[in-house]
Design a protein around this ligand. Structure first.
Ligand SMILES: [Zn+2]
Length: 138
C-alpha cells in the first residue's frame, strides 16, 4: 500500500492491514498512538509514521456494563460487561482499547501490569468492514 499521510484516516487504513502505527515527531522523537499531526511536547508538525510492535502491558482498566450503542449491538450489556483499558505500549505511548479474553465480570482477576498483545477486530457495518484495535492477554 502507498504511504498514508499522518492522519486518523491513515491510522484506520493501517489498522485494516493489521498494522498498529503511531506518529513520531521528527524533532524530539515523541511518539503518539493514535497519531497526532502536531507534537504536544515541542509543538512542531513534522511527523512520520512509526510501526508499533503491538505489545504492551495493562496500565488501568474498567469494566463497562452500559456501553455505547455499537457495543450494545455486539451483545455487551449489564450481564456481559466488557473491559476497557489503558495499555502502555512497549514503545511507551498509551492507548485506550478494549481487552478481550478476560472476564470483565471478575475484575479482581484482571491484573494491572499483565502483558497484552494487539488484536485487530473486524466488524461489518452495513457493506463495510471496519477494523478496531483490541488487546488480549499474551
Ligand atoms: Zn516533538
Amino acid at each position: 500500500m502507498e504511504e498514508q499521510p499522518v492522519s486518523d484516516y491513515g491510522y484506520q487504513q493501517y489498522l485494516q492491514e493489521e498494522k498498529l502505527m503511531g506518529s513520531r515527531c521528527t524533532a524530539c522523537g515523541a511518539l503518539y498512538v493514535p497519531p497526532r499531526g502536531r507534537c504536544s511536547a515541542c509543538q512542531q508538525t513534522q511527523m512520520e509514521w512509526q510501526q508499533m510492535q503491538g505489545t504492551g502491558k495493562l496500565a488501568a482498566f474498567t469494566s463497562i456494563a452500559i456501553g455505547p450503542p455499537f457495543m450494545i449491538e455486539q451483545g455487551f450489556d449489564r450481564n456481559n460487561p466488557y473491559c476497557s483499558a489503558v495499555i502502555e505500549l512497549t514503545e511507551g505511548p498509551r492507548v485506550v482499547a478494549r481487552v478481550e479474553g478476560v472476564d470483565a465480570r471478575q475484575p479482581e482477576e484482571i491484573q494491572v501490569g499483565m502483558r497484552l498483545v494487539a488484536r485487530f477486530a473486524q466488524r461489518a457495518v452495513g457493506d463495510e468492514v471496519t477494523t478496531s484495535l483490541t488487546f488480549a492477554p499474551v
